[in-house]
Design a protein around this ligand. Sequence first.
Ligand code: G6P
Length: 627
Amino acid sequence: MCGIIGYVGNKQANNILINGLLALEYRGYDSAGIATLENNEIKIMKDKGRVKNILDLDGYNELQGTYGIAHTRWATHGKPSQENSHPHMDNSNTFTVVHNGIIENYNELRSFLTDNGYTFYSQTDTEVIPNLIHYYFKNISKNTDINNTDKILEAVVKATNDLKGSYAIEVISPLMPDTIIVARKDSPLVIGTKSDENFIASDIPALLTYTKDFYLLDDNEFAVITKDSISFYNKDLENYTKEIKNIEWDASSAEKNGYEDFMLKEIFEQPNSVRETIGSRLKLNESCNFDDLQITSEYLKSINKIFIVACGTAMHAGLVGKILLEKLCKIPTEVDIASEFRYRDPIIDDKTLCIYVSQSGETADTIAALKLAKSKGAKTLAISNVIGSSITREADYTIYTHAGPEIAVASTKAYTSQVVLFAVLAIHFSELLGYDNADITINSDGQTIKLDNIKKDILDLPKKISMILEDTSLIKKFADEAYTQKDMFFLGRGVDQTVALEGSLKLKEISYIHSEAYASGELKHGPIALIENGIHVISILTDPSLAKKSISNIQEVITRGAKTMVITNQDLENTNFDYIYKIPETNPLISPILSVIPLQLLAYYISKNKGLDVDKPRNLAKSVTVE
Ligand code: G6P
């Protein structure tokens, strides 16, 4: 989704702005633009297409301004085009604005402004913002006792009061040299700070090469930023200070480090990211240590329901979370898609714990779903990868995955970290509930284990992920054969079905091949009609108690001509499967952390074979900040 960058300092702003936009490219966009200000004149360069196209625009190299704003646009209102690209100006060319988010009442505001003599040149919702600022500024400006920056700030506050929807905005004007005003509501915006220069961005990784010190702007906050000062204001124009957050992420972890693509790098980072997620939270023969989570056993004993709410891959991690929480804690758990949950009036009260999973912590639907649960009296727990992200500031409790920055649009290491965090969290809750010594039934054969067995299996995961990543040749071979396919199927039972969903999503996202994921037992109820000669079917089989049933289902597709690959930790000898991909054995409750890896690689290699942009697939965005 749209990305925002800003710079004010002593250096030439153009290249800093472009580098910032390049760092935000992963969010997804279809046009880009920058504005700098020099000699009281605003210079705007913008066009549809890639950020690097701006470098070729006439005059780019001559831009001398030492401050400016920049934007990547993911089209919502109006097609990708030069006139719809940001920055946008008001009719008098006094205020230049970039905006991330959606102004829901832009039609009304447009009519109001048109009635007041304003003209619009784009189809965007954004163009109302600079004109509204101008509208308010005209009246305030009659008062000569106030300086221009204060007047503009007041006009920005008044203009945002009229906006319905979400926004993160930056405003520059020749009337306030060397100054940028920013504001946010329900769209992300961070300010990176350093001596003699300040930076603005939609997310922290975009600025890590410049600074590790950040201010995280909250909803309905405003900041006036110069090269050596940052002043914060609320809607009543009261000035206050905010705490700086020091971010420990390494800038190199947001770079490719020799890998061809971020996605491949992130797949190969999983032994380490999973290790980081486990961190010091889990040790053998000790109770879990969640000193960052203040949930008490009294509270846990008082609840009778858990909701896990998320979107996309994070929702698939939630499906495994449900199995873990129900098995280990015996609390009924439901998983819901955030965009559905928020509008379906779910039954929630103070006996419900709602867990929200979001890598970015900025997904609009997930945040709205969290606010809804809070308003109904439930406690909310956020699982996020991004320190200080919006969701973590809304939730009652937060735990971080600590997977490091994930840049590729298709989520990989965030998923495995979310699943492992659910496993450790379920153990922690189980201990708080007093089930430390209980027998845990892990499969349909009634096999039981103790918590310590799961702890050991979790601690072994990083090593086992490394084993899978040591040899990817069989997956490459299957990808070489399968990449010309138009449709594919993913099958599994129990926890394996949740992985089938994630494998299918990965394939769709980056290879544009249509695929379906089904519970193997459901195949006969319709989808088997689509199985024909040569179709590729991938099955996941990690639960020994369901192996026989799953194998029968695979035979049904082979009989109808399917080519099969089975991802399994079982010894499947003398079978007629075309490919068997062996993964290390582990407890079925956490097997998705291993079985998903070949599926991530499969989607990756197929996408590469098709010559596609793996990290920035068409139409998709990393951070879906609009609903
Ligand atoms: C987008 C991304 C997915 C991600 C989903 C949820 O669709 O492309 O990779 O799973 O959003 O994102 P979140 O940041 O909330 O986990």
